[in-house]
Write a protein of this length. Sequence first.
Lengths: 305, 305
Amino acid sequence: MRMPTTRATSSLQMMPRFHPPYISPSDSGTTCFQATRRRLGYLERSLGNEKMVVKVYGKAQAVCPQRVMHCLVEKGVPFELVHIDIDTMEHKRPEFLQKQVALPFPFFPLYVALAFSDPVSFLSHSGRSPTSLTETWSSSVNTFSLTSCESRAIVRYLAAKYVDRGPNLLGRTLEERAKVDQWLDVEAINYNPWAFPIVFNLFVLPIRGLPANKADAGAAVDKLNKVLEVYEKQLSKTKYLAGDEFTLADLTHIPATRYIVENCGLSHLLDDKKHVKGWWEDITGRPAWKKVMSFVETGGSNYSP
Amino acid sequence: MRMPTTRATSSLQMMPRFHPPYISPSDSGTTCFQATRRRLGYLERSLGNEKMVVKVYGKAQAVCPQRVMHCLVEKGVPFELVHIDIDTMEHKRPEFLQKQVALPFPFFPLYVALAFSDPVSFLSHSGRSPTSLTETWSSSVNTFSLTSCESRAIVRYLAAKYVDRGPNLLGRTLEERAKVDQWLDVEAINYNPWAFPIVFNLFVLPIRGLPANKADAGAAVDKLNKVLEVYEKQLSKTKYLAGDEFTLADLTHIPATRYIVENCGLSHLLDDKKHVKGWWEDITGRPAWKKVMSFVETGGSNYSP
């Protein structure tokens, strides 16, 4: 018995590459709700097999996309990296701004965005019926996107969304999460304002052949060193910044610090602090981070665990 | 029938102002567990009535404590403000650093800390039995504290802890929360770096009779204006920054922006932008914010809803 043609099935028939047919003969006799659930389940499985549901927009070498990719790899979530050439300000072009993939904040050249086409989460907060969901979903790519300079908001979201996969990166209680949030803000407010001008002046501008402000870089090195002295005290008490487990608070530090250590000739800032040095070797030795580095170095576009 | 004296009751007897006696005659004949639960319930009620369980350390006029106090008032949570004189660097003294009430980050003079002595949340994550809890609790003031410059981590924690009280400030789904987190980071990373030097140079230094850097302030005004142009676009689409409900993303902007509007002669930055102006009037018209202003102006130390 064939199911009657409805708006929903018409919509699905228009979608390519759904073989075998999404409605099997055994659907006859089930309730409409059960059949719809089954169709939705098949759609989800098909998506999982055939379609990438997470897209990261950014430049592979940039700090913010690396944070997001590291979080996805820790969680074992496949993703597609959509390369954006931030050097040519591609992310400021009208087609990106119109799509609202980017928030057009001035002064901050770093860029990362994330787009989901995920029917499950869309269902959970749209309140629509599954039937209308499939139609809505088919045009919902980019419906949910997080953008521009808020890589920390993106990794917070990913760690919560995939809380049952991979390591816990957010803390298990409100109090643990508060400590993670605290050190995420420490990174954003107390660490990155000095790390950024160091990397920009001692690595990014030189490789572009542009003049750097070495005085700015020198002042930032002194300030970052004082911040790292606070880290040394913290890491003498806890194995990681927010406690005794690796969390987002550690993860967000890695990409910029790697450039400082490997490309700015400043590895001594970490090496002369016993606990910071041990922490750094630990967090950069994680298999997930090594996979990110391999992915970046080989120019990868699609990551599968 | 009197209950036998135990370590727990000894501990409770030492605590002042618990009238009537925490064990009533009707406790006779109940199981040990029921009696302990009843004693704990009475202790919690007594705490709610007679003892302040949330302490905010900071200066009432400072931006960070005002964020935290506003969140507590929105949630209807009583608190004690422990005045810290940041002008004399009281928070950098050894007795504070030893208590780890402050993380000693350099370069950031603003300060807020939060201490809980809350038997309920302590129970929920300590895994201890209620009997030992009461003993542990009695020495657990400052066991959980969030400190120094991370007012955004504190309000995130409070909004999650008191999610069932007052307005929802964090979003109801992961996607809504991600938007709130995104705009919290926008405030911290794109807005505050310009708002801070404006308030510092045009208000804080002048009232202390110290020379201000007007060039720095002028450059910051230009940059903040460009950021506010982005806000104008966002607020033409949604009533509040992260959507159509007031959230922490709006709340965190208020204290510094109030100084810019009321004390730096820069109200035109908001007034000449239709949607920003409407948003500003809306969020500063909230009863909770008005209560915070009244509390600050009257030099309050204890807030009760």
